[in-house]
Every structure is written in C-alpha cells, then in structure tokens.
Design a protein around this ligand. Structure first.
Ligand SMILES: Cc1cc2nc3c(=O)[nH]c(=O)nc-3n(C[C@H](O)[C@H](O)[C@H](O)COP(=O)(O)OP(=O)(O)OC[C@H]3O[C@@H](n4cnc5c(N)ncnc54)[C@H](O)[C@@H]3O)c2cc1C
Length: 395
C-alpha cells in the first residue's frame, strides 16, 4: 500500500493515522477534515469550553511526531467516493485515488424546524461551543435545554454552574432510551436538586423571537421565556457524501465485524456501524473510547489488506462517561433491551450509586455515579460475559 487517505480529521481519524504509522505504514498519508481546526477533543465542549473555564487551545489533541510528514487538508470537505476505484472527490471538484481509505466522518447534531434563529444552539464543534459560551455569558440569560441525552444534561449542568435559570425538556426521562425509565428518573431528580426545572413528557413546539430567541412554546401549551435554547436531540452519522459510493449506508457506514466496509476501505468512530459479536446486532457507538479503539482496529484491518496481521473481530465492551455537577457518571456494557435494573450500591438521593443491568441470566451493563472504583470491577468482569449471579456475588 503506497497511499492512504483518512476522511475526518478528528478523534477517530487521528488515532487511525497514528496507528497506521506505528504499524509501519510509511507511504503517503493524507487527512481530510471539513473543519479548519486541527484535531481537538469534543467532551470539554459542553463543559469547560461552554462555561468559559478553558481557552479553546487547551482541548487540542496531541499529535504524534510520527505524523510530521502527513498531509493535512483542513477546511476541505470530501464530497464523494467511488468505492470500486477508491477515488475521493474534494475541494472544487478535484479527484484522487488512494490504495486505502479510512472513513471517520463522525456525526452531526439533529436540528428542529424553525430553529434557525439567534440564540438556538447545538454543541458538536468548537465553533458551536464558542458561540454557546458567548451567549451563556449574557447577564441573566435564561436557558432551555431541549432533549436530556448526555450532551443536553451536561449543557444544563454547565449553565447551572454559571448560575443561570435552566429548563430541561424531555419526552420520557433523561437518557431513558439507554438507561431505562427508573435510572432516567433518578437523573431527572439529580438535575432538579441542582436547580434545573425538569419537565418530562413535553416537547418544544415552536421557537419565537423578534431579533433573537425570546420564548419557547411547549407541546402542553405552556410557554417558557428563554434567551438561549440548546438542542440535545441526538446525532445522525455524516454519510451524505457517500451516497452513490457503492458502500452500504444504513444509519452509518455498514462494516463487517472487523470494521471492513469494502476492499481497501474501513470505517471507525461515530460513523461506523458494525456487528459487535457480544451483542449480536449492527450498532453504532457514539463514545470517545470507542472512537479511539475502533480507529486503531480499523487501521490494522486496512493494513491486513497489504499483508499485515488480521486483527480479528472488533468486539469491545463499550465504556462511556459524562461529567455533571462535579460527579462522574459512567456506563459500561450495553443496557439495550435489559430485563432488570438493580441498584446494588448507594442511592440516587446520595448522588452515589451503582446500578447493574440484567438480560436473561447475564450481566450486560453497569452504570455508576461517583463510583469509579466500584464500576471498574464490573468493567473488567463484563469482558468475560458474567452471569447475573456472579455479578451480584461480587457486589
Ligand atoms: C459536546 C460533546 C460532548 C461529549 N462528551 C463525551 C463524554 O463525556 N464522554 C464520551 O465518551 N464521549 C463524549 N462525546 C462523544 C465523543 O466526542 C465522540 O464519540 C467522538 O468525538 C467521535 O469521534 P469521531 O472522530 O468518530 O467523530 P467526530 O469527532 O465527529 O469527527 C468527525 C470529523 O469529520 C469531519 N467530517 C465530516 N464529514 C466530512 C467530510 N465529508 N469531509 C471531511 N471531513 C468531514 C467532521 O467535521 C469532524 O471534524 C461528546 C461529544 C460531544 C459533541
């Protein structure tokens, strides 16, 4: 293999590039990124950057000297791919073929109709976070958070840390689609204790204001005065540029169990959808840890095309964290379609607990708040598909 292009110059793209070099690829390496920034870390965007605690320079991701000779094409969206010829189209219609391609284009936040109004924000990029930071600095700013997934929850916690009035809207309960209604309810109570007006079972119906946002109309007919709204209603994978490429696109780039999408093409990070054998279905994972590990795996799989060692199936136990109110929330494993959730340590009121998730007779996930040490035990245990009884015995 003489040339490899990486599309998406962020966490997964950077880790793929570094792995390729570490594994001995010394050919031409090109990183395409549609943002103008060098790679940076996204988790602080909804926390330290939104609050104005850190300058943007602080979140730059360190780049290994192994990439000194890589070509960075930043501010340069790739607009098309012909998978058969491994040909990329970019810039003002240039096209170029490569021996290998890593797709790492991540995901973009969903928006709602009628939200193209000043004061309504999403938080995905550094530019988004800077715009939000500047708006949150407005004295007496009133904030509505639409959607209480993890990014929405973090944005709410950041706004409360700035002592702003915050209303959070969610259809069921925070992160209930992942964690279940019971844990979602505990999280809702945590936000209430920290001063958030949590409204469940309602949605934002309309955003209104003359020059900028002034109020949000809710689906129950009520109206909330607001200067800032933050949309945290999930993301969609960045695959529009792959239409007609010949790859299978279905809620992400569909790959095999080793992140292989087509001859000479692999995918990693938020954009990749692959069958994790542990869970037996195609999934995308939108976590920092997965972007790093999957990128390393995909890079090795790509080099296997040129005689490198095949890395086998990629079957991690997912791990995710979220920082809110000075507390670390963590989830290991996959609670999807669980049969039971049981709090085995602490309680929601103490803001310190561990909850275990059972599917059939197996432990499938563990979630913890301010309980890193205890959660670590279950993280290790989940590698070996433990039974529910084993897990309970280890509490
Ligand atoms: C606000 C926020 C907070 C988060 N907090 C946490 C956390 O606390 N814990 C955790 O585990 N995870 C967290 N995450 C998730 C984590 O940051 C992501 O899982 C991770 O960034 C995914 O990396 P990626 O490289 O796959 O995608 P991305 O980071 O999205 O990068 C993809 C890059 O590709 C670029 N791109 C897209 N299309 C093209 C194209 N056609 N041509 C060229 N470039 C393109 C994009 O602009 C982007 O720069 C958070 C995410 C956000 C947004």
């Amino acid at each position: 293999m003489k040339s490899i292009a990486i599309v998406g110059a962020s966490l997964a793209g950077l880790n793929a590039a570094e792995t390729l070099r570490r594994e001995g690829f010394n050919g031409r390496l090109v990183l395409f990124g549609d943002e103008t920034h060098r790679p940076y870390d996204r988790p602080p965007l909804s926390k330290e950057i939104a609050r104005g605690d850190w300058p943007p320079e602080k979140i730059a991701l360190p780049v290994d000297a192994l990439l000194d000779d890589a070509e960075w094409k930043l501010g340069c969206p790739v607009t098309g791919l012909d998978a058969a010829g491994r040909t990329l189209t970019y810039g003002d219609g240039k096209s170029e073929s490569f021996d290998g391609i890593v797709i790492a284009t991540g995901a973009a936040p969903r928006r709602l109709p009628g939200t193209d109004i000043q004061g309504v924000h999403v938080v995905r990029t550094l530019d988004d976070a800077i715009a939000l930071r500047d708006d949150l600095a407005r004295p007496g700013c009133r904030v509505v958070v639409v959607g209480a997934g993890f990014v929405g929850q973090e944005a709410a916690a950041s706004a409360r840390k700035l002592d702003l009035a915050v209303t959070m809207l969610e259809s069921v309960a925070p992160a209930a689609h992942v964690l279940g209604a019971e844990i979602g309810g505990i999280i809702a109570d945590m936000h209430r204790r920290h001063g958030v007006d949590v409204r469940l079972g309602v949605a934002a119906a309309a955003f209104e204001g003359a020059k900028r946002l002034e109020r949000v109309h809710l689906s129950d007919g009520s109206v909330v005065a607001a200067d800032v709204a933050i949309l945290g209603i999930g993301v969609t994978p960045n695959t529009a540029w792959l239409e007609g490429s010949g790859l299978t696109i279905d809620n992400g780039v569909v790959c095999d169990e080793a992140c292989f999408a087509a001859p000479g093409i692999v995918a990693a990070g938020d954009v990749a959808r692959w069958p994790n054998h542990r869970y037996g279905e195609l999934r995308r994972v939108e976590h920092w840890d997965n972007a790093v590990r999957q990128a390393e795996h995909a890079a090795k799989r790509l080099l296997a095309e040129a005689g490198g060692v095949h890395p086998g199936a990629y079957a991690p136990v997912p791990w995710f964290w979220s920082d809110q109110y000075g507390l670390k929330m963590q989830l290991v494993g996959s609670p999807v379609a669980h049969d039971e959730v049981r709090i085995v340590f602490g309680s929601g009121e103490e803001e310190r607990f561990v909850a275990l998730y059972r599917r059939g007779d197996r432990l499938v996930a563990a979630m913890g708040l301010a309980a890193t040490g205890k959660l670590l035990k279950f993280r290790k245990m989940l590698e070996n598909d433990p039974s529910w009884d084993e897990a309970l015995a280890a509490v």
